[in-house]
Design a protein. Sequence first.
Length: 733
Amino acid sequence: MVLTDYTAADTTGATQTYFKLANIVLHDGGHFQGSGHRRAQSGGGRGSTRVTYDYYGESKPTVIQSLKGGGALEIVGGDSNGLSQNVLSGGSNVAQPNKEANTDIIAGSLKAAMFPAASNSRYHKYFNVHHPAFSSSIFISAKAALAGDIDFSITTKDSLSGTGLSAAYKEVDSIANLPVFNKNGFKIKIRGDAETGSDDYYVEFKTNSGAVYGEGSYIETVGFGQEKGIDPDTMPQELVNISPNVFTLRNMEFADKLVGDDETNPLPSFIGNTISNMFFYKGRLGFLSNSNVVLSEAGFGLTNEDSGIMQYNFGRTTVTQLLDSDPIDINVAASKVTNLRSAIGFQEDLVLFSENNQFILKGDEILSPKTVTVNPVTNFDFDDAVDPISVGSFVLFPFERSGFTGVKQLEKTGTNDTFSSTEITEHIPHYIPSGIKLLSGSTSENFITVVTEADPSSIYCYRYFYSGNNKVMSSWFKFELDGEIIGLSFLDSSLRVVLARNDETSLLEMQISSGLVDPTAEDDTTEIEHVTLLDMRVKGLVKADTSVVCFADDDGEYTTNNTALPYTPSENELEVYTKNGTRLNATNTTAGVVSLPLNVAEDTDVWVGLPYKMSYTFSDVLFKAAAGKGKTPTDFNKMQVRHGVVFFHDTQSFRVTVTPQYRKTYNNDYVPYNVGSSVIGELALSDGAFRFPVMSSAKDTTIKIENDTALPSNFSAAEFESFVHGRASRYAQ
């Protein structure tokens, strides 16, 4: 505290030097910071006896008290409630300079003056007071029983334009106005500067030693009476792999609001609204809610020091400046009502999907609240039953069309943010049923899969191939499974399928890559050049002199104690093949026990599974007549198909069926002839061409290739021999 001096005569007529002390006004109690420690004595000399005087009331003391070293302290009465003290002044003997006029002594005197020892004083009724030793601060707080029921104000005045004494309560203009000695946990608001654009913020004092009072520093904190943050019971849950093959489903943890208040650091916009989807993008967790995109702090958030669990943070970590790592909460501006349904990272951007629009969210080199923008790019219908997928250089998304499902691909057309969309189901508009529920893709195999609610046992597959920028293959087909498909996803070239069948749920693996062969044991010298094509197949072993198939246990051992399949089959629906492609007669029970009619002479490796039929139907054979510089189909000519030829490789078995309209089906079975080249115990695979008769009108005949065995068949091309009779000639006008 700074005192100002003046001279005047004392009661004996001697000239004395006096010090004016700041006025203090306290309304209804509260935190007070000031200075002074009151020590007085009965006389004006250094040898006078020291006496402590405490004054409290409404009348001015009649005797001027002297400080040690000379001088006086004067306290002038209070207001009508006795809760105000004003005008403190003191003096010092000119010949004996005041050697104890320091701030801690003055603060102690002020505390003693305002809060006398008598506990029945009015201040003691409402407030607690403390003056730590050797400090220039006085701490005043409302008693706990009254803290939530009263409010008050506190002001200070001094003769140094307010620089000699200050009070810190609720808020101050600058952090520089706060003392370096304070109470641990003391919280206060720092008002922002409108000229510099800085926001209001809050700080909390932390002592260096952890003591209740002491020197320390101010740490930015959350404001008074703020909501805790996000209720995890209202948020999505997370599935966590806590150990090999062990998962736990638990609530996500979210960091509480760390700094600021509802104006400077509001809760994320999804609070109180429905979350429509979630995603990860550039090291941030994101939520979509109505027309808002909300991204967490970069790096997701903070790690709980006690549990080690990630606490996702959707609030700012400081409001004194806007950091690049701060959360992002941005609204998508559009001319129509926009409800965002899905988001997917694509190249350097985030593609957002609503029911009828697509948007691009992007930043500059760094995605931050300062650089983020959202712009519309296309306007296409979107079926939000599944999320879009990113495959290679484009994004695939589904849409509904007249009771069927269509799929479009979205791709960039240049270096800027120009996008185009093409439909990959344009040539099969009525092939995929409505109600898509699963969509997955593999870039390594150029393969897309679709599952629908209307046909939950079929996987609709799309295989494509690009030569440069030209798509040279765009083929759709499907796999039909015995059961309901409830999940599927690619892992490299392997399609993992979750199938519900016979009241069981099974995880299946389907290898999509070409050129597969059956695996063999390391010590097996047999050359296998094919794959055994069974559904839900399991490797087994028939031990010598037995007829029951054994299956591997958890340790990979084949024992007679483990003779049941890992799934429940229907009775006698399984087939058994040896590793060289020989089918064995077998029966099975619903318990999954598979038996051969006779014992085997030696240990025999087998494959056990469900048989299925491969079927390929040729499209209509058309005759195209010249039309200008090209050719187009014509109906002026009658065409009879005489024969067909299919070209195959690495093939063992197949059948070609021909079904003319209103006539029976004719079967043409391929039988391999490898005279002089077959080896006993090995499967003979052939390359060549198979010719078959048709002898029917091209328009009214269905031609199929089928294979209902577990042995391979691979086809590369087909051609037809036809007879065309022209009834008219085409000419151009």
